[in-house]
Each structure stands twice: as structure tokens, then as C-alpha cells.
Design a protein around this ligand. Sequence first.
Ligand SMILES: [Zn+2]
Length: 189
Amino acid sequence: MTKKTSKRNRKVRRVKTGIQRLSSKLTQSIVSQSIGEEAMPVVEYLKGKRDISEFQIAKKIRAEVGFVRKMLYALQNHNLVTYFRKKDREKGWYISYWTFNQKGVPELALSIKRNRLQMLKERLKNEQKHEGLFYICPQFCSRMEFEKATEVDFRCPECGKPLQHQDNGKTIERIKENIMEMEQEKAVA
Ligand SMILES: [Zn+2]
């Protein structure tokens, strides 16, 4: 009976607060976008700890040290971890000790957003440059501007069907809306 109660208490304590959940959701999304889902076990293990050796990480998440190092260097490239090296007195070689940099997450999120906004703006420029001059496969396997369409004799390079003229006015509107939404979000953040 008492055992059951204490188990339940532990469970309650482990429930994350709303903010924590939001931040771990952002972390996961940012890590997946910039490095890949496979880096998440390393991140999850490092969170809330300090100065952990790559050997310990590897042991705890049951992965090869080489793989863990690869993930750590990728995380470091995006400023998501910091580390220092120390010579191991017994073994005589250097060991790196790692700490997750939580502050790097919102910074990276912002820079990803900036890049995406930049790409959208370039895409908009390109669509506007070729306004009304796009060609699309009726089966939607390809879409290209007029010059490219002449190169393939107005036939889809994937399935061979004749390309159809497409008015890209709607696409332009949609990109403009996306840009506006993102700029508003940025202003709030
Ligand atoms: Zn096609």
C-alpha cells in the first residue's frame, strides 16, 4: 500500500511543467532540423547535466563512442553544446567533457527562421520574374519556367505528358502570405 503511494508521488513529481514541455519540444524540432533525429538521445541525456565525458554518454545511451562524438561535433557546430578537454592522468589521453547549451536553442531557431524567410523572399522574386510563365505536368511530377519547358519540348521529363501552362498568381499570393506571417512572428519573438 505505502509502496504504491510513493510510486504515484514519484510519477507526479516527474510531470513536466508547460514551459519545460514547450522548450523540449522546441529543442527536439530544432535539433531534428539542423542535425537529425539521431542526435536526440545525446541531447536528452545531456540536458540538465554538466561536463559529461563522451565515454559516459556513449555508455548511458548504449551507442558507439565514435557515433556520440560525431553527434557532439555536429551539435557544437550549431552552438548547442560546449566542452573542455582534460588529460586523463591514468590513461594519459585527453577526454572531452560536454554540456548542453540550452540558450543556443532559441538562437538557432531564430537563425533557421531567418534563413527560411530569406529563401521564401528569393523564391518570390523568382516567381515574380516569371509571372504567368510557368508550366506544370498534369500529374504534378514537374514544374518549370518557360525556358526550361522549351528545353524539354513542353513534355514532362518524368512521365512524358504534355506540360500545361500555369498561372502562378496564386503561388505568388501564397508565398507573400507566408512571408507576412513569418515577419509577424519574428516581430513578436
Ligand atoms: Zn509528369
